[in-house]
Design a binder for this molecule. Sequence first.
Ligand code: CP
Length: 318
Amino acid sequence: MKHLLSAADLSREEAVGILDDAERWAATQGREIKKMPTLRGKTVVNLFFEDSTRTRISFETAAKRLSADVINFSPKGSSVSKGESLKDTVLTLGAMRIDGIVVRHSACGAPYQIAHSGWTDASVVNAGDGTHQHPTQALLDAMTMRRHLVEGDVRGQDLRGRRVTIVGDVLHSRVARSGVNLFRTLGAEVSLVAPATLLPVGVDGWDCDVFLNLDEALDVAPPDALMMLRVQRERMSSAGGGFFPSPEEYAREYGLDTRRLARLASHTIVLHPGPMNRGLEIASPAADGPRSVVTEQVANGVAVRMAVLYLTMTGSKE
Ligand code: CP
């Protein structure tokens, strides 16, 4: 696999293979010396046109643990602020014989353009493009779910028979789109829950159940994994932006509070891709409580990205 652009491109076998590889890489991360010479001599550029904490640092950590050289790029402080185009930026990287480009961009499809334009020979990994895809987030979420919801040896296993419920700002969420693609490929049932204003046009055609009422969704299709999405206020025109009447009403109707937390089955885990709006989509007792796997998601992200960088930059499994 030369590029990872979309969770929708992965077959069940490919996805399970990446998750299995990630388990092997994760096993190396408990050692005192976490670094391996695997990608020595390769150079990875983190090309981030949008802000990030988890994804950028996680990719940087993963690449460095594999001994790749890592260069972090952001538009501020680069020639993008002087008007340089994406094409010329990537041509410049190509001329420097970069081996891997990890790209986050506000434009849906930007990673596809970089991968398939002929501007570079580098492997391209999508670290989030607009509202479209965030495939490594879906993989780290699946790894976290598999560890909690599959009994015994997880290797070779998928998420068949489990239900994943994704709640909140689906409209603006690349995490939701990638998640629906990957979790369905892995055999899970998926529910989406959101107010009508935060559901994309055409969601009825997605391969999942759709609910407008969170309490109904929890009753009718109890989740094994409950993923609360961030309300992406920066993608709304103004605070709330008319998508919901008030933050208080959103929290009441769609937030994971202590009342809803108490209704979940004893084995149900709570996920959030981060960054969290505490008190809006998730209350602190849910974010910090024993069901929360939020920090495990972050830890698993490093192992998943080691697997993806290795796979795309060498073309082979571990
Ligand atoms: N989950 C995620 O993509 O977080 P960042 O925006 O901090 O990278």
